[in-house]
Ligand binder design. Structure first.
Ligand SMILES: [Zn+2]
Length: 283
């Protein structure tokens, strides 16, 4: 076994090794004193041994994560789209359908224009993964028509290659442009507002059930993203999006575009969403 180790310990019975698929990947060097019974050294020896084991565990976990990450389909593949056969048709715009370049770039430009027109500033430039085939969407773990990851990436399946879906996802990106680790925990906007704004700006998705006082009250209960699926089940997909969009449209009617943008900016800066909403609606 020692011959296979990258690092060899002495004495050899103290080698801590890590393996994957039956092969020894590395061993940790433990240059320990020969006597294990000297007073005072037992603690440091066992401490070293535990440290070495911990190192072994962490290094092995990392190695397995890299192997699994490369092999398993999922959204993490957006980090290296070129490695999975996608072509870059414009800076950070990737697709498996480079033959449709002018059509796709037209969709991207049209969607960006709508987002920038609404917010009145420059939209972020997330990495775009535009899948023209189902196999591409599967490879990148795109379940529905589209998804966004903070302001880092927007990914669409073939059904999402529309100005509606791209505008919806790019609105999420713009709203999340300040999402660092702090905001991922804090979530400055309730989910009903996040989805409602994206649907309102894109006017998509639409249809699928009547929006009522009941459905609007139900959607306002969705404050965290993990509660969104329950609302889907209770209201239906179209009615959930429609109700959330109706809430945001009502804010804009009452407070104007200026009031709506002020709400977004102040929540982004750290103020409590509900307090600012109350304030802009009471003017
Ligand atoms: Zn959405």
């Amino acid at each position: 076994m020692l011959d296979e180790c990258l690092l060899v310990a002495y004495p050899p019975d103290r080698v801590v090794s890590g393996g994957f698929g039956g092969k020894v990947i590395f061993c940790v060097l433990l240059d320990l004193p020969a006597s294990r019974h000297q007073k005072g050294s037992a603690v440091s020896q066992s401490g070293l041994f535990m440290l070495a084991r911990l190192f072994s565990f962490l290094a092995n976990s990392l190695f397995v994560a890299v192997i699994v990450g490369v092999a398993v389909p999922g959204t993490h593949r957006m980090v290296l789209p070129g490695a999975y056969g996608l072509a870059e048709i414009a800076p950070r715009v990737w697709t498996d359908a480079p033959g449709r370049t002018s059509e796709l770039l037209g969709l991207v430009e049209g969607s960006r224009d709508r987002v920038e027109g609404f917010f009145g500033d420059h939209a972020p430039r997330p990495t775009l993964i535009l899948c023209g085939t189902r196999s591409c969407a599967r490879a990148f773990g795109i379940g529905g028509n589209g998804l966004s990851i903070s302001d880092i990436a927007v990914m669409t399946a073939p059904g999402g290659l529309t100005v509606g879906t791209l505008t919806h996802e790019m609105t999420h990106s713009r709203l999340h442009r300040a999402m660092g680790p702090r905001n991922l925990v804090r979530q400055p906007y309730p989910t009903w507002f996040d989805e409602g704004l994206a649907t309102h700006v894109a006017n998509h998705p639409r249809g699928g059930g009547r929006v009522t006082a009941f459905s609007r009250a139900r959607i306002r209960e969705v404050r965290r993203f993990w509660q969104w699926d329950d609302a889907f089940r209770a209201l239906g997909v179209g009615r959930a999006y429609g109700s959330a969009a109706a809430e945001v449209a009502a804010i804009e009617r009452a407070a104007g575009r200026t009031g709506l943008l002020e709400l977004i900016a102040r929540a982004e800066a750290g103020e409590r969403f509900d307090s600012v909403l109350e304030e802009v609606l009471s003017r």
